[in-house]
Write a protein that binds this ligand. Sequence first.
Ligand code: KG4
Ligand code: ZN
Length: 361
Amino acid sequence: MLRQGICCAVGPDSVKWGMEPDPLYPRLVLALETSCDETAGAVLEGGARLLSNVVASQIAVHREYGGIVPELASRHHIEAIAGVVDAALTEAGLCLDDIDGVAVTQGPGLVGSLVVGLSFAKAIAVSRGLPLAGVDHVQAHLTSVFLEQEVPGFPYVGMVVSGGHTSLHLVRDHLTQEFLGGTRDDAAGEAFDKVAKILGLDYPGGPEIGRRAPAGRAGAFAYPRARLPETPFDFSFSGVKTAVLTCVRDLPTEMEIPVADICASFQEAVVEVLVEKAVLAARRHGILDVVVCGGVAANRRLRTRMYERCRGSGLNVFFPAPALCTDNAAMVALAGYHRIRAGLLLPMDADVYSRTPSAAG
Ligand code: KG4
Ligand code: ZN
């Protein structure tokens, strides 16, 4: 009954009154993202213009544990979410009455954290009679580049490299992505975080390693590159992480850990594999445009090597700005905008999911 009631209430006024549909509907989308350790809210106008993009990071909370503690993450989302939504609306100069649609990350991610965002989004949608879109976090990353000035053409090869995901996709349009392959063990960002922990660096490890690597020698240590020729679009980063662990353990006790050299050598091993696989995916599928997104896409060495390699291979590479690479609600707003336009609405009894079904295994 409830689901029917919500569905009746959605849609632009023009539909209700039999007028010409608004080509920009839904004009103003409010989005929420709580899949991991960032409580984020954003407002997007006309599927293109970002009016606000607010991120409340929990890094300080989890840093003391050297990684994300799921129970703490959900509790902090509960504390932060109302303020973040308020800030996103205020920054956009709007109030809830102005909003035409709500988008929220439905999965994959930490269940306890996702539930906070989804419940809050449902409450807004049901109380205001607004359409609600459930957005896949990986799809949102893949779409985030469309918030930039320079955008790829469809279809493009999209590589998501973050703390929770490392995968390659053939992106056919805003709603259709084909999974080409993904990591068999650690995500690239997870490997950065674990190696940083081995080296005694702060969480999150990616930016810490990225900052130290330029002072080191990339050839100092020969860490393994998992190319996986049988399934070339799959990844594996547990080997390189273990190699760093072994290397640090085997250092003479009196020797100081050569942190910069290890950072540079590890970063190079990861970057090389990412670049090779993205380029191979584009070549095999006859695609010219490659998009790299997710938190690790903020890595400078990855950006430089991707540009160099793609230029040399006649490919075009696109990166979202670093602030749109790490988790944010702007990308959720954009993905949600396209879902609402396509009439793909979330029923009020929808649950969250921890893993993307197509990427499982
Ligand atoms: O996309 P994201 O914010 O969250 C997930 O969806 O996982 O990605 C976070 C990950 C962390 O593992 C972090 O260490 C990594 O992205 N990261 C980086 C850099 N900035 C963030 N890794 C390498 N270099 C960076 N500059
Ligand atoms: Zn993410």
